[in-house]
Design a protein around this ligand. Sequence first.
Ligand code: CMP
Length: 143
Amino acid sequence: MERTYLMIKPDGVQRGLIGEIVGRFERKGLKLIGAKLMNVSLERAERHYAEHKGKDFYEMLLRFITSGPVFAMVWEGDQAVGLSRALIGKTNALEAAPGTIRSDFAIHTNYNLIHGSDSHDNAEREIGIFFSEEELVSYDKAI
Ligand code: CMP
């Protein structure tokens, strides 16, 4: 079982796409184990985007992700990282395969609606930035 960190960015929240996007992961069969609407502090944004520090779009990334509420989520399932990225589509909307979230709803690389962790290790790192373990649920005891 694998976990991944997904985050509907400020453009997705403002455009009213939370339900549409969440529904796609639910229908795929992944399990939602954590979710919250939140504003991202500059400190959290810098930790989240640390690997992009120094790139020409880094400052824009920080400004955008702190510009309005995001919908932060943790999903669980076999191959959750890879499956999620397949549903999301490539970073550049022009290259995203038809039927993916970015192909269906995005036109801009900067405003591309949703972030999905790109590896198992990054998923665990990013989950730790946005969630405490107490905020995540377990379905084991469900009746
Ligand atoms: P994401 O993969 O969520 O995290 C890094 C973000 O940087 C990416 O989404 C894009 O929104 C943004 N970005 C802007 N320009 C580029 C670029 N040239 N290459 C990759 N990502 C970019």
